[in-house]
Ligand binder design. Sequence first.
Ligand code: PMP
Length: 427
Amino acid sequence: MTSRNQQLFEQSIKHIPGGVNSPVRAFKSVGGNPLFFKRGKGAYVWDADDKAYIDYVGSWGPLILGHAHPKVINAVKESAERGLSFGAPTETELEMADLLCELVPSMEQVRLVSSGTEATMSAIRLARGFTGRSKIIKFEGCYHGHADSLLVKAGSGALTFGQPSSAGIPPEVAAHTLVLDYNNTEQLADTFKQIGNEIAAVIIEPVAGNMNLVAPKLEFLKSLRELCTQHGTVLIFDEVMTGFRVGPQCAQGLYGIKPDLTTLGKIIGGGMPVGAFGGRRDIMQCIAPVGPVYQAGTLSGNPVAVAAGLETLRLVQAPGFYDQLAASTLTLIEGLKLAAKASGVVFSAQAIGGMFGLYFSETPPQSFDEVMKCDKDKFNAFFHAMLDEGVYFAPSAFEAGFVSAAHGAEEINKTIESAKKAFSLLK
Ligand code: PMP
């Protein structure tokens, strides 16, 4: 019998390219067809065939309170009753801006947008407008949304002028993007020595979560901050994923390093489309209507979306919230490590706040090259075995995982029990 998931997928590919509205949903990396979800509650999602899964994707990060948190849903309902959109300022946006500037250590002013991509794209334009320079630096394996200048990967060699990693990006655009190695302080210092005064911005995921999870070396982040300051380069922390995920003050609070600009998304929308970029007042004052750098959005600061984000941000301020989240995440990865060991599977894992990385390698990788050396086939087999067991990890070996406040001891224990079976099949 054909499953409802299968049926929906077959119908979807007729009018939706690949059957999905964002590529990583397609299960291309792990093989098989994507699941269609029809409902979520707390730590669980249900697919079109009514099978339940413990969810470690959480809509790719936003759902730090779990699915359909009653207070968030209520905030959305109440806001929707008052009207869906005005295209004019609202008090909710002011509350959100005030809260973000209070909570994010480096944020003096902020503008709301509707996605992470918009946030990073706008931050880059702003940095270029502020400095009058064109070149930017990103790091291999970091993802900053799909704006042309950021969809660039490294070629070989230390200092590589970027090659576009998607068709449709003019080489002249990509040529302004330099791609360096994450955590490689020496290469970064060399690059700044050569062309530091030409670099408008460095954009980085302060904890990399788009090449699985790669932790930053503190020395690397410190040097990055110093080099940017010395050369008048705008340091952008892309905290779309790490913002309010790794701790209450984002990664910048965790590592004690203040960027010039920060981009946010995911959690600050609580599952609705919200992004933001903000930081130093003198830089933010360059944005229209006060300054010459243009940036706009019909639905920017949408009241219903912002209501969901604001309620989420208020709830994560509860005392002990992040301690509990970090403890749950740690219990999960320690349990998984033990389960792998018992089956003799080469495996490691690490957690930072409420995000985690699972690696089929002896130790957690520290760079894109090391991530690439992990056993992807083993991950894919593990992913499918866990899926059978009713545990939904990200369908790719190159994504971080997310725990929510709704993941209690029961869900974590069930996950570890399932993993014991899954690892035993991998021998
Ligand atoms: N930056 C980072 C660090 C991200 O993880 C993502 C999305 N995963 C983006 C930017 C892009 O955000 P969006 O998908 O909302 O455009």
